[in-house]
Design a protein around this ligand. Structure first.
Ligand SMILES: Nc1nc2c(ncn2[C@@H]2O[C@H](COP(=O)(O)OP(=O)(O)OP(=O)(O)O)[C@@H](O)[C@H]2O)c(=O)[nH]1
Ligand SMILES: [Mg+2]
Length: 228
């Protein structure tokens, strides 16, 4: 089989499983986010800062993907919420089947929110739907402001751009105005939050976005047509 039909088949199968997951998330009122960035942009750091702001009775669970190690799961488990590492063993993205398997022994009805940290990669994860309500792309100011133009797929598909590591702006030549303009060129109307996981600047905006987006996901469920 040539490469194109095989790729189509793999993505078609992934879409079917993702649709099944999305239906389950909607049914059980689980708000699911898929965090994507290049390696080291700060996905785990953003999740750490988020979890420390949640009250202990928040019904949140996390799946974190990496090619090797369970380092990120260990970092996130310190906050006392359900955490599972998905180690792909070489695959450069999470796919819907991995998510389905990881959720098999978790009672979805006991959750409100599922946060997925994808494998560090700005390209492949953008092709794989995981059944999430929204994708969030994290770009750090150490990576260059042209990334939205060079890797447009993920900036087009993500609802929110988190510009992280703003504390480093005095030390790197990153034109934040250009970064914003490039992101908006690829994805007109895209929401953008500037923050620093190190200083905490901008984290309130992120937490407000999270709360707002969760509420709008609930409203989508309320508007969804019921069984005939
Ligand atoms: N200066 C600064 N460093 C940060 C910030 N956020 C994260 N870092 C550092 O950046 C490095 C990578 O952060 P991680 O949170 O592990 O990044 P990641 O995206 O989860 O990385 P992968 O899972 O490997 O893709 C760590 O050393 C963090 O301490 C920030 O806002 N400012
Ligand atoms: Mg990480």
């Amino acid at each position: 089989m040539s490469r194109l039909p095989l790729e189509k088949k793999v993505l078609g199968e992934n879409d079917r499983i993702a649709a099944r997951l999305r239906e389950r998330f909607l049914e059980r009122q689980v708000f699911c986010l898929n965090l994507i960035s290049s390696p080291g942009a700060g996905k785990t750091s953003l999740l750490e800062r988020t979890l420390e702001r949640f009250s202990p009775n928040t019904r949140v669970a996390l799946l974190t993907g990496d090619i090797q190690t369970d380092n990120d799961a260990k970092r996130l488990a310190r906050f006392g919420f359900l955490v599972k590492q998905i180690t792909t063993g070489g695959t450069c993205h999470l796919d819907a089947r991995m998510i389905e398997r990881a959720l098999a022994d978790w009672p979805l009805e006991s959750l409100d929110t599922l946060l997925i940290e994808n494998v560090g990669n700005l390209v492949c994860p953008s092709s794989y739907d995981l059944g999430e309500a929204a994708k969030v792309v994290v770009l750090s100011v150490a990576e260059g402001e042209d990334k939205p133009l060079k890797y447009p797929a993920i900036f087009f598909k993500a609802e929110l751009l988190v510009l992280n590591k703003t504390d480093l702006l005095p030390y790197v030549s990153f034109d934040i105005k250009k970064a914003r303009a490039y992101a908006l060129q690829v994805h007109p109307g895209m929401e953008i939050i500037e923050l620093s996981c190190t200083t905490g600047a901008g984290l309130d905006d992120w937490m407000k976005w999270l709360g707002r987006r969760r509420e709008s996901a609930k409203a989508e469920k309320a508007l969804a047509p019921g069984p005939a």
